[in-house]
Design a protein around this ligand. Structure first.
Ligand code: CMC
Length: 423
């Protein structure tokens, strides 16, 4: 069988044969036959914007792999920082490499005092932590002006370390500020997850010791959220990064993209939805109203997965470990019922809508005491490793600046009308 497609321009009868490579066809070849004729693809549903060797997803089969390693194996046996190393470097680290990497991250967790005292404390008292995070990440570029030298490997590496290390510090600071609690400095004797929990929850005790099961759950959730190939926020990172802006500015754009309820804001929306449903008995009515077009079933559906999201399966299982420590989240029963009803319903079956990563993650976060507003922030911390991996990969590939085309549907040329003659 010929691994190619042939396109014929019916206006001229000319054809071009384009080879199929890695599951795609080159738009450059298309343009040779049809210059000035653009693909119309809103939301990039059928467009591969890049080649990437980082994450593999088979949405029909429900498969997710980082650098070839199945997410199930990483979830069971790895740690978030090891996964971050894997995403960035392409290989799992040796003992010495991992020790060096963890040491580097651990010693870049502090933020400049001006960032905390002047910048973060300047927000309104009820500022959403995600809004604070968008601005804080962007502001970091002013503290590290050398970050502009994106062609320098050492400089690039330093900013990657800084961003991964400082993200939990900024996230916790944003939360503490929004609830009126004093900032907690990082404790470099703790693991990445334990340190984050300490910065979130420490009060008067000299040293905060997180419950090991909860620290492990956070680390697991960080692994599951670390990357997901060309999603909305990663695309934002790449688009801004393609202009050769510094990584903090590009990352601020990625955080902003993650803020939306269709993306990283979905787990917050799931909890609001479950709370509004209120009881198991109300589930069928709620599902009916969704089918009638009154809103969406939050935490369901995915652009790529047309099967159970493999991350949702792992999280669903992990939820029970967390509830053993925290007590069961009363919304779990509503979520389980909702899943049961939706998965048996023709509307959801026909559209291949399954629970995604956000359907159960919010239940864990809430049981652990995280306020709803911090949920997208908890997503942004680990996704930073993914964003930076794609950013670094893109720079290595010397890609062009992102600049899509449009199909113009506006007015043809017309003359300016003075205001007194406009009706
Ligand atoms: N509830 C009800 N109907 C839905 C849902 C849903 N959650 N998702 C999709 N549909 C319907 C949609 O109405 C459409 O129906 P029809 O063909 O009759 O018009 C059909 O399914 C296809 O939907 P779509 O909007 O074309 O699908 P999409 O690929 O553009 O959207 C999505 C993907 C994730 C934005 C969407 O499924 C959604 O809004 N889900 C709820 C929000 C959510 O859980 N987001 C988290 C995504 S996973 C985490 C992340 O990557 O950030």
């Amino acid at each position: 069988m010929q691994e190619s497609v042939t396109i014929t321009d019916n206006r001229t009868g000319q054809s071009v044969e384009i080879p199929i490579v890695d599951g795609g066809v080159s738009a450059t070849e298309w343009s040779k036959l049809l210059p000035g004729l653009w693909f119309y693809d809103p939301g990039f549903s059928a467009t591969a914007e890049c080649e990437s060797a980082i994450t593999y997803i088979d949405g029909d089969a429900g498969i997710l792999r980082y650098r070839g390693y199945p997410i199930e194996q990483l979830a069971e046996r790895s740690t978030y920082l090891e996964v971050a190393y894997l995403l960035l470097h392409g290989e799992l680290p040796t003992d010495a490499q991992l020790a060096g990497w963890v040491d580097e991250i651990t010693h870049h967790t502090y933020i400049h005092e001006n960032m905390r005292k002047r910048f973060l404390e300047g927000f309104h008292y009820d500022a959403h932590p995600m809004g604070m995070l968008v601005s804080a990440v962007g502001a970091l570029s002013t503290f590290y002006p050398e970050a502009k030298h994106i062609d320098d490997d050492d400089v690039r590496h330093k900013q990657i370390v800084r961003l991964i290390a400082k993200m939990p510090t900024l996230a916790a600071a944003a939360h503490r500020f929004s609830v009126g609690l004093p900032f907690v400095y990082p404790d470099n004797s703790l693991s990445f997850a334990e340190n984050f929990l300490s910065m979130m929850w420490k009060t008067a005790e000299p040293r905060f010791q997180a419950d090991p099961a909860l620290a492990r759950a956070i680390d697991l959730l960080f692994i599951l959220h670390a990357d997901h190939e060309q999603n909305c926020s990663t695309t934002a990172m790449r688009v801004v990064g393609s202009s050769h802006a510094d990584p903090y500015s590009a990352c601020a754009a990625a955080v902003a993209a993650l803020y939306g309820p269709r993306h990283g804001g979905a787990n917050e929306a799931v909890l609001r939805m479950l709370t509004a449903i209120g009881t198991i008995d109300a589930v069928p009515d709620f599902v009916r109203s969704v089918k009638e077009g009154h809103g969406r079933l939050q935490g369901f559906g995915h652009r790529v997965y047309k099967n159970y999201d493999p991350r949702a399966k792992i999280i669903r299982k992990a939820a029970y470990d967390v509830f053993e420590v925290t007590g069961k989240n009363p919304l779990l029963d509503i979520a389980l019922k909702l899943e049961e009803v939706a998965l048996a319903d023709e509307y959801f079956i026909a559209r291949r809508l399954y629970p995604n990563v956000d359907f159960y993650s919010g239940l864990i976060y809430q049981a652990m005491g995280f306020p709803l507003e911090t949920f997208p922030v908890l997503f942004a911390i680990p996704r930073t490793a993914g964003w930076l991996s794609h950013w670094a990969e893109m720079l290595e590939q010397q890609t062009k600046i992102a600049r899509p085309r449009q199909l113009y549907t506006g007015q043809a040329e017309r003359d300016y009308v003075p205001i007194e003659r406009r009706s």
